[in-house]
Design a protein around this ligand. Structure first.
Ligand code: MG
Length: 378
């Protein structure tokens, strides 16, 4: 090991402390690292990958058997951080749009990966939208920084590993015999998430209740059209053990959601209506909580800010996901000690995961102690 490398490792340990107590010292340590590693540049690689779903996934407004993703690698001085953009078609991004966005980025202008704020602000400024593509860079950068510092992100953020929540396991809309089969497959999970929003909602709940009495969470994905009927359904769901309801009606319908949130016996959470940090001030009076997803909000950096703002506004917080490999799921999971509920089952719904990282053990989110997000490529 050369002298420069030893100096760098010493500085890395100091920089961990700086990150924990963020402020001007952080820049001081970051500058020291830059002095020692000024010859390196950030290098971004990316490639498409298609996730194969174990079951046809049916939501209120769509059905599919695959999910397109783009995987990223951000390299610095021989260390690689992994990232992922997951793009279910209804959100408007695609492998083509994500790769076109990533090709526009000039990451080599950065010679110090510790300057996370500066790098993420640049990535966000290049175009509007492209939130999943942006998240793939944010995830790779945080993974890289964790690896450089030699610590898992949850430790760098000062969070307690034991406080990770149980994750719900999603049961998509399907015929009763398939739903019963899915519930059996979900035996290790303590909470089931039920996709609703069609005219078969009560049938779905009855089918599930015929095989299990586990607590449920429900997601109507904007499928309900009338606030009175929505309230009736929520009261029915409460009687059937539901903990909360996600996005009952159209995301643009703030007034009816405000009406509903005031009367609902369980928290009403905004999902489609709350994408990024700037959305929270617009919607917080109409909901009891929000569902944060890395792919909607550009990654862990903004997710962290959203959690802090939501807490200040007395909102419940859940952390959700798309169908994703264990790469993006592991990234989200390092924030999970901060939230009320997690729905981080995305990697369990596919049969071609190519990362090992955060595990779900007996339904609980279990973080790896390896550096970064604890990712290993399978
Ligand atoms: Mg949802």
């Amino acid at each position: 090991m050369g002298q420069d490398r030893r100096d760098f490792l010493k500085l890395s340990t100091l920089a961990t402390g700086a990150l924990l107590f963020s402020g001007t010292n952080n820049n001081l340590f970051a500058n020291n690292i830059r002095t020692n590693m000024k010859s390196s540049k950030l290098k971004l690689k990316f490639y498409p990958y298609t996730l194969q779903l174990k079951h046809v996934f049916t939501l209120a407004k769509s059905s599919r058997t695959t999910t397109p993703v783009v995987l990223t690698e951000l390299e610095y001085d021989g260390i690689i951080g992994y990232g992922e953009a997951s793009m279910p078609p209804y959100l408007g991004e695609s492998q083509e749009s994500a790769q076109a966005f990533l090709a526009k980025l000039d990451m080599e202008q950065f010679t110090n990966p510790m300057e996370i704020d500066k790098i993420i602000s640049y990535v966000d400024s290049v175009t509007m939208g492209n939130t999943a593509a942006k998240a793939s860079v944010d995830i790779a950068l945080h993974d890289l920084v964790g690896k450089i510092l030699g610590h898992p992100l949850y430790k760098i953020w000062g969070l307690e590993k034991s406080k990770t929540p149980y994750t719900s396991f999603t049961i998509g809309i399907d015929k009763p015999d398939v739903v019963r089969q899915k519930v059996k497959e979900a035996e290790e999970f303590k909470v089931l998430k039920i996709k609703l929003g069609r005219d078969t909602d009560k049938e779905m709940i009855e089918t599930i209740r015929s095989v299990t009495d586990k607590p449920l969470t429900a997601d109507a994905n904007q499928g309900w059209k009338d606030k009175h009927l929505a309230l009736d359904m929520i009261e029915y769901l409460k009687e059937n053990g539901a903990l909360y309801i996600e996005q009952p009606m159209d995301k643009n319908n703030l007034d009816d959601h405000a009406w509903l949130s005031e009367r609902s016996p369980i928290p009403v959470l905004a999902d489609e209506a709350c994408q990024r940090l700037v959305d929270i001030p617009k919607i917080y009076q109409a909901y009891n909580g929000i569902n944060i997803k890395l792919m909607k909000c550009t990654g862990v950096k903004e997710s962290y800010k959203m959690i802090i703002l939501a807490r200040a506004l007395n909102l419940k917080v859940m952390l959700g996901c798309m169908t994703e490999t264990s790469c993006a799921i592991s990234a989200a999971s390092h924030l999970s000690p901060l939230v009320d509920w997690a729905d981080l089952d995305g990697a369990l719904l596919i049969n071609n995961d190519i990362f090992d990282g955060t595990k779900i053990i007996d339904g609980k989110v279990v973080l790896s102690d390896k550096p970064g997000f604890g990712l290993t490529k399978i």
